[in-house]
Design a protein around this ligand. Structure first.
Ligand code: ATP
Ligand code: MG
Length: 369
């Protein structure tokens, strides 16, 4: 799959810009604060109606503009699709696939998939569990429309339950609603857990192979999924997983009411990452955690390719300059065979190394060079 054309209007520091991409490698070159990351962010947005670094859609609209427009031409499954998103300050964004309004972000993901890789991802292992859940969610939302729906349902129920737990002492009648939201959390939670478990099973396999390669066979990486303790088999059928979740939630009822917090559910999931049998988060060197994170991100791309039969568009933001030559070479070997958009600073030696089309960005304006 590839993105051939992109048009932006009122998006971040782009007033109005259209750009054509090479089907292979595209190097986006520019000084700091010119719009390199913004360009990758726009492509990511067209793949999932979400930006990993923006808190909300309003942030994405140019300071001077009332609305933002993103439009892209994508070639996949032997045909061309047009994706469009309009962002507004006062109302919810609108999406289109081939001029037909799209109800959900998943409809965009069925056309365009991206894997975004930025320097913060190199810390994926060191950070708290939230970062690893975000990684799982971002990957699965693009890959599985049903996962995106279950996650949205879970988040809605979680927000309701949080309000009930927070306010029940002042308003005891709220507790009558608790069973209903608990059941919604159990149902959507069971779907989430099964998808995560299936994904991590593959992730573990590919990431281990990548890590072995990148470390020259010297280290073994193992990745496992950690979820609610009562769910002994997260790959069991959803009714079984739901029953275990219900059990766990019931046993935490008193504690949840006392602490006024949701204590039970997959919103506390994590990935356990070990190198040579030891917890990577606590014991690994900086180089080892980087290699492990790199292996996970590249595994994400391999899984997409395996599931959909097409390589997702790879968005590499400033990552290579953060890696030593050996790891750079490892990434460069792995990214062949699909479309890549990669940002670099002016003085980098990488553009020469990479070949492909070079686009220069200066103050929100792009030109081929
Ligand atoms: P670096 O090399 O430092 O990573 P970059 O080229 O990746 O730089 P971007 O993150 O793309 O830079 O940001 C470019 C500029 O866009 C910044 O100066 C930022 O202030 C500006 N910017 C961010 N959001 C908006 C917005 N909503 N409207 C207008 N400009 C914005
Ligand atoms: Mg940047």
């Amino acid at each position: 799959m590839r993105i051939d054309r992109l048009y932006l209007e009122g998006f971040r520091n782009y007033a109005a810009q259209s750009v054509e991409f090479d089907p292979g490698c595209n190097v986006i070159l520019g000084e700091n604060a010119q719009g390199k990351t913004n360009l990758l962010e726009a492509v990511q947005y067209l793949s999932c109606a979400h930006s990993a670094r923006a808190k909300n859609d309003r942030e994405l609209i140019s300071f001077q503009a009332g609305a933002g427009v993103l439009s892209g031409e994508v070639f996949t499954r032997e045909r061309t699709f047009t994706l469009r998103a309009e962002l507004y300050r006062e109302k919810r964004r609108k999406l289109w696939v081939n001029k037909v309004p799209a109800k959900t972000a998943a409809e965009l993901s069925q056309v365009l998939q991206t894997v975004f890789f930025c320097p913060e991802d190199l810390l994926l292992i060191r950070e708290g569990a939230a970062a690893r859940r975000k990684f799982l969610d971002a990957a699965l939302c693009q890959l599985r429309p049903r996962y995106a729906a279950a996650l949205a349902a879970y988040r809605r129920a979680y927000a309701h339950k949080t309000r009930i737990l927070r306010d029940h002492e002042e308003q005891p009648s709220l507790l009558e609603l608790l069973p209903e939201f608990n059941e919604r959390l159990v149902q959507s939670g069971a779907v989430i857990i099964r998808y995560r478990a299936q994904f991590v099973e593959r992730l573990a396999q590919y990431a281990a192979a990548n890590h072995a390669d990148c470390s020259g066979g010297k280290e073994t990486l193992s990745v496992s999924y950690q979820t609610v303790s009562s769910v002994t088999d997260p790959l069991a059928d959803p009714a079984e997983v739901a029953a275990r979740l219900r059990e766990h939630m019931a046993s935490h009822r008193t504690a949840e009411l006392a602490s006024r917090l949701c204590l039970s559910g997959p919103h506390k999931d994590d990935l356990r990452v070990e190198i040579d049998g030891r917890d990577a988060k606590s014991f690994s060197s900086q180089g080892q955690t980087r290699t492990a994170a790199l292996s996970l991100k590249l595994a994400e791309r391999e899984i997409y390719q395996n599931v959909t039969g097409e390589a997702p568009v790879l968005l590499l933001d400033d990552v290579l300059s953060e890696l030593d030559p050996r790891r750079q070479e490892f990434v460069l070997n792995r990214i062949a065979g699909g479309q890549v958009l990669i940002t670099c600073c002016e003085d980098d030696r990488l553009p020469r190394l990479l070949g492909g089309r070079v686009l220069r960005v200066e103050n929100g304006s792009l030109r081929p060079s």
